[in-house]
Design a protein around this ligand. Structure first.
Ligand code: UGA
Length: 336
C-alpha cells in the first residue's frame, strides 16, 4: 500500500514513519516543511517531499493523487501558538486541512485525520466517549477554544463527507502522546513555547526551573508513542476502523502536572545517577503563556472502540516517561 503522511516531520509523524519503515509493509511518502526530526530515519520504502501545504498546492495534490491513504498530521498543536497567534492556528488547522479533505474527496482517497483530545473541551461526563460525549468549549476570549473549535469543525466536515458517501475516513483523537523527538528543548527559565514534557526535560538537562502552571493541579492522561503507533496500525488495517472516530490514549494514566514533574525528576535521577537540580516553581497561566490562556482538566478517555478492534495500550505511566527521558539524557542541553 502507498501511504502519504502529511506532517511527517513532526513528533507524531517522525515516530510513525520510523515505525512503519521497521515493519516494511508499505511505501511511505512523508511531506513536511522540514525533515530535521527524520534525520537517520529512511530507507528504500521512504521518500521525503519538502513542501508547505499552504504554498505548494500542486505538489500536495500530486502526492494525494498518487497514494492510497492520506494521513493528515498537519497542525499547530502547542498552547503557546494558539494563545499568541490564534488566526495562524485556524488558518492551518482548519482552512488548510479543509483543502486536504477536499483533495481526498476529489481523488477518492482514504483519509486518516489526526484531531485532538482538545475537542472534548471541559469534561462533561466520566470518560470521554467518541460518539456520545458533549464537546464543551469555553469563551471566545480564551484562545484555547479557537484551536478546539477549529479541530471540532474539521471533524464535523469529515463526518459530513462520510455521511454523503464521498469520503472514506478515520478520525484520531490523541491524548498527550510522549516520546522521542517531542517538540523542542528550551533554555533555562523560558516560558511558553513547547509542551509540558519538553519544558520539564529541558529543566532536567539544564538545572533550570520546572514550571507548574497555576500550581500544576490539572490532570492529563499520557500515552506512550509506541502505543500510539500500534493504534495507528490497527486503524489502518481493521475494516471496522472505517468512518469512525477513535480516542488514542491510556485510561490507566491519570496524573496531575505536579505529579509528572516529581516523577520525571525521580526517573532522571535513577537513570543518570545525577541529582535533578531543578526546582518546582509555580507560575500563573497568563504569565507563562500570555493573555487569554485558559487551562482544562482532562479526564481519561474511553478506549472501548479501539479495544474492540484488538488494540490495547501496553505502556504504563512510569514506562512512558522513562523511555522518553532515556532518549534525551545524553542530549546536548540547550544553551543559556
Ligand atoms: C496540548 C494541545 O492543546 C493539544 O493540541 C494536544 O492534543 C495536547 O497538548 C497533546 O499533547 O495531546 P495540553 O495538554 O494543555 O494540550 O499541553 P501541555 O502544554 O503539555 O500542557 C499540559 C499541562 O501542563 C497544562 O496544565 C499546562 O498548563 C501545564 N504546563 C505546561 C506546566 O505546568 N508547565 C510547563 O512547563 C508546561
Amino acid at each position: 500500500m502507498n501511504i502519504a503522511i502529511l506532517g511527517a516531520g513532526g513528533f507524531i509523524g517522525s515516530n510513525l514513519v520510523e515505525f512503519l519503515l521497521e515493519r516494511d509493509e508499505h511505501q511511505i511518502v512523508g511531506l513536511d516543511v522540514t525533515d530535521d526530526k527524520l534525520a537517520g530515519i529512511g530507507g528504500p520504502g521512504f521518500q521525503f517531499v519538502k513542501a508547505d501545504v499552504s504554498q505548494d498546492r500542486d505538489l500536495v495534490e500530486g502526492v494525494v493523487r498518487d497514494t492510497d491513504v492520506v494521513v493528515d498530521l498537519v497542525a499547530y498543536a502547542n498552547p503557546s501558538i494558539y494563545v499568541e497567534t490564534p488566526l495562524k492556528v485556524v488558518d492551518l488547522n482548519f482552512f488548510e486541512n479543509h483543502r486536504i479533505i477536499e483533495l481526498c474527496v476529489r481523488h477518492g482517497k482514504r483519509l486518516i485525520q489526526y484531531s485532538t483530545s482538545e475537542v472534548y473541551g471541559h469534561p462533561s461526563g466520566d470518560a470521554y466517549h467518541e460518539d456520545t460525549s458533549n464537546l464543551v468549549v469555553g469563551p471566545i476570549q480564551k484562545q484555547r477554544w479557537i484551536y478546539a473549535a477549529a479541530k471540532q469543525l474539521l471533524e464535523r466536515v469529515v463526518y459530513g463527507h462520510g455521511l454523503a458517501g464521498d469520503l472514506d475516513y478515520t478520525v484520531v483523537r490523541p491524548f498527550n502522546f510522549v516520546g522521542p523527538r517531542f517538540d523542542y528543548l528550551v533554555t533555562p527559565g523560558s516560558m511558553g513555547g513547547p509542551r509540558l514534557f519538553a519544558h520539564n526535560m529541558s529543566a532536567l538537562l539544564t538545572g533550570g526551573p520546572m514550571y507548574l502552571v497555576d500550581g500544576g493541579h490539572r490532570h492529563r492522561s499520557f500515552t506512550h508513542i509506541a502505543d500510539a503507533n500500534t493504534a495507528f496500525q490497527t486503524m489502518l488495517d481493521h475494516p471496522g476502523a472505517h468512518n469512525e472516530i477513535f480516542n488514542v490514549g491510556n485510561p490507566s494514566v491519570n496524573v496531575t502536572v505536579r505529579q509528572v514533574a516529581e516523577l520525571m525528576k525521580d526517573i532522571y535521577q535513577e537513570l543518570t545517577g545525577r541529582p535533578a537540580a531543578c526546582e518546582l516553581v509555580e507560575v500563573d497561566g497568563e504569565t507563562f503563556y500570555g493573555k487569554g490562556y485558559e487551562d482544562v482538566d482532562r479526564v481519561p478517555p474511553s478506549i472501548d472502540k479501539l479495544r474492540a478492534l484488538g488494540w490495547e495500550p501496553r505502556h504504563g505511566l512510569s514506562e512512558i516517561f522513562t523511555d522518553a527521558i532515556e532518549y534525551y539524557v545524553d542530549a546536548e542541553p540547550p544553551g543559556e
